[in-house]
Write a new protein. Sequence first.
Length: 219
Amino acid sequence: MYNISMRQRYSADEALNRILRSIQGLSVGSENPGTLTGEILSVNQALSDLAELLEGSLPNFSGTVPANITRHNYLLKKPCGVFAYLSTGTATTCETADQWYPILGPFVNSPFEDFTIQDDMITYIGGIDQNFEIDWHCTVSADAANTTSYITIKHNDEVHAAQKMGTLMKNAGQAYAYSGTLVHTISPDDTIQLVIQADGDGDVLTVHHFTTTIRQFFY
């Protein structure tokens, strides 16, 4: 457990000078309080330089955000996520029972940040591993009565079968509504795909409507 009595406490001017030098890419030396060397700017001077640095107008310097601050960009609500909806109903033939097949769309993806969009999947291009909440809501019908279908997420090559959601469609051609949610860690360059299955060989499932959201979890 963190011992607050051991917490280092910089003065305001030293803390601001340390922040400024870190973003300038300059060394701050020892992290012990009172050990900062060189010219120590006043609070007003440090804040002024910091403002100019972030605006790109500080002479002889261009700001570089230290690598260990990257996560804080996300904590400060850096946009990251996807909303998508099915623009036209799409039919999927499940040639083999209990096998997973992609829901091909067409999907409209807007807005989206830190993802790239392909025909039947998306790729996360953010800078850090993150927990994401993935939600989906849909209406689906089957060409045969008493068909059970399921939908879930395929992450890279892994199908999240434990989090699948489905229903028994007793009447052929009738649309049934169901939805699902899962939370999972997604890393840079990982892919996400919506997949569907049925319990009979050759079942044809028509997805009439589909909305899905991928958003940061905890942040």
